[in-house]
Design a protein around this ligand. Structure first.
Ligand code: FES
Length: 105
């Protein structure tokens, strides 16, 4: 699956990731050397994997209550904010555009 990542400087890059390995978006961002701390290891506890979905949000499914609680606790979040660790890499991500948001990451 191929999707686009916009970094904190606004540079965009297409990322290709396997959608049959059960990886999370957070894991793929880290593996692509984006500055995602992911302090909690993907447990929806640290919110350092905060991203904004610029395109393709509807195909990604709903955030869970736990995820929403974390997002709402952030100093700044957006209507299409998500935690990257709570998004599975699947074919639904094809063509999506996501923007890194963790300025404090
Ligand atoms: Fe901690 Fe996603 S890695 S909330």
């Amino acid at each position: 699956v191929t999707f686009t990542v916009e970094d904190l400087e606004g540079n965009r890059q297409d990322i290709e990731a396997p959608d049959d390995m059960g990886l999370s978006l957070m894991e793929v961002l880290k593996a692509s050397e984006y500055p995602v701390l992911a302090t909690c290891g993907g447990m929806a506890l640290c919110a350092t994997c905060h991203i904004e979905v610029l395109a393709g949000k509807d195909s990604l499914g709903e955030a869970t209550d736990v995820e929403l609680d974390q997002l709402e606790a952030l100093p700044e979040f957006f209507p299409t904010s998500r935690l990257a660790c709570q998004i599975r890499i699947s074919e639904e991500l094809e063509g999506a555009v996501i923007k890194l948001r963790g300025e404090d990451n």
